[in-house]
Every structure is written in C-alpha cells, then in structure tokens.
Write a protein that binds this ligand. Sequence first.
Ligand code: HEC
Length: 177
Amino acid sequence: MIAACNKKDTPPAPDPCLGVNYTVDYFKTESIGTANNGTYTVNSPIGDTISYKLGTGTYQASNTFTNLAPGKYVLPIKNQKGCTDTAQFTIFNYGPKYAAVKQIILGYCGPCHLNGAINGGKNFDTDANIVASWDRIKARAVDNTPSQMPEAPNAPLTPVDKQKITDWVNAGHRQSD
Ligand code: HEC
C-alpha cells in the first residue's frame, strides 16, 4: 500500500471582512415639511467601494435616499468584498417652523440647557421637552420676561430668530408645525 501523501494543509484564507467596521455618521434630517421629502446621506470614512440599500430594497451605489417619510430606517451597507454592516437612522417629523426653532435652540441655548444640562428646570435635549416648554421659550427668548435668554452676557436672539419662535408659537407650537 502506498503511504498517504504527507501534503501540508493549505492555511485557510484570511477573512476579508476581518476588521471591517463601518462607522456611519448619523445625519438626522431635521427639516421636513408635511410632504415625504426627507433625505438621508451616508458619510462613510472608508475608501472602499460601498453600496447601500434601504431596508429590504436592492443595493445601490448612491449614498443618498430621498422622498423618505418620517420614521426609523435600517440601512445595510456592503463593500466590494461583500462585507456588510448596518446603520440606522431616523427621519424626524419636523414641520418647517419647528425645525427653525430647533435650530435656534441648538445654536443658542447650549451649554446651559443642552447635553444633559438643566438650568431653571429646563433641558432641551429632546423634542418633547422643547415642545412642552413652548410658552417659557417664547417668554424668555422673545419677550425677555422676566429676563433675557440666552442669559446675559450672551447676546439676545436677533429679531429674525425671535420672529421664527413667534411664528412657531402662533402656528400651534407643535413638532409638526
Ligand atoms: C449661558 C447660559 C444660558 C443660556 C445660553 C441660556 N440659558 Fe436659559 N437659563 C439659564 C439659567 C441660569 C436659568 C435659571 C435662572 C433663570 O430662570 O433666569 C435659565 C432658565 C431658563 C428657563 C426656565 C425659567 C423660566 O423662565 O421658565 C427657560 C425657559 C430658558 N432658560 C430658556 C432659554 C432659551 C430658550 C435659551 C436659548 C435661546 C436659553 N435659555 C439660553 C442659563 C442659560
């Protein structure tokens, strides 16, 4: 009998997906009207050729998805070697007036009322908190009652920004306004 050939096993091919980890920048669309016109763009820091698909759709090269209704989305991502990862994002149901107010709050009310900070019992990290505080936001940032917000020595809001808050309040001060 001939002895079995003593050939060395070929080492297994290294996993091409080892260490591939897509860090997707979350881009929250904050200004959409009542129409389903949300847009989501993926910013991937990796130089791979990446394709994307929305939920159960088909993979596409473009990293921009338009005409999205408000809601939570799952976004599978694949590179040219077939390595996959998944991102998630949310299209918020913001009306244009609320979107403008949110922009003002993010720009002018930190650090005192953002990123966990609470002053005067107010924190504006969530939309629910902002919406619930509509009257006090107008009182302090538009009418300066009993004193101006943003707090001195910070500059008060411009007349244009004050008007945006007033417009939102008059429209019904909802997230969808
Ligand atoms: C530099 C810090 C600072 C900034 C910036 C700031 N605030 Fe304040 N805010 C405070 C402090 C301190 C208090 C508590 C003392 C008081 O009420 O005057 C307060 C209290 C409040 C209150 C609760 C009291 C009440 O009258 O109902 C509201 C509402 C408010 N701020 C709104 C705002 C808005 C809106 C912005 C941005 C447009 C803003 N603040 C920016 C420091 C700040």
